[in-house]
Ligand binder design. Structure first.
Ligand code: CMP
Length: 138
């Protein structure tokens, strides 16, 4: 059993895709063990994406991620990290497989609807960034 963090980004919320994204997770047997809607501050978005702070797109990414509310979820299941990434598709929608969330709904490489943890260590860090132990139901 593995856990991963998923974010439905401001573009996904704005486009009314919360239900569609959750439906895809549940159809794939990824169990939602925590979920909340929130609006990130600049400091919170910069902290979450600190690993990218030297990248040229960092400022734009932080502006985008603070532009509206997001939904944060903890998904649980066998191989949850990879399975979530398969459901999301590649970061760049032009490289994403048919039938993935990003292929179906992303606007561009930045406004790509969802985020998912990329490895076990980052999953733990990212889950703890958004949730405390009392907010995760097993
Ligand atoms: P995510 O999976 O959340 O991880 C980092 C985010 O930065 C990524 O999705 C995109 O939203 C954004 N991103 C990654 N690469 C680029 C890029 N080349 N240009 C703009 N935004 C990017």
């Amino acid at each position: 059993m593995e856990r991963t963090l998923s974010l439905i980004k401001p573009d996904g919320v704005e486009k009314g895709l919360i239900g569609e994204v959750i439906k895809r997770f549940e159809k794939s047997n990824l169990k939602i063990v925590a979920m909340k809607k929130l609006h990130l501050t600049q400091t919170e978005a910069e902290g979450f994406y600190a690993v990218h702070k030297e990248r040229p797109f960092f400022g734009s990414l932080v502006e985008f991620m603070t532009s509206g509310p997001i939904v944060a979820l903890v998904l649980e299941g066998d191989n949850a990290i990879k399975r979530n990434r398969d459901i999301m598709g590649a970061t760049n929608k032009d490289e994403a497989e048919e039938g993935t969330i990003r292929k179906d709904f992303a606007t561009n490489i930045e406004k790509n609807v969802v985020h998912g943890s990329d490895a076990p260590e980052t999953a733990v860090t990212e889950i703890c960034y958004f949730f405390n132990s009392f907010e995760i139901a097993c």
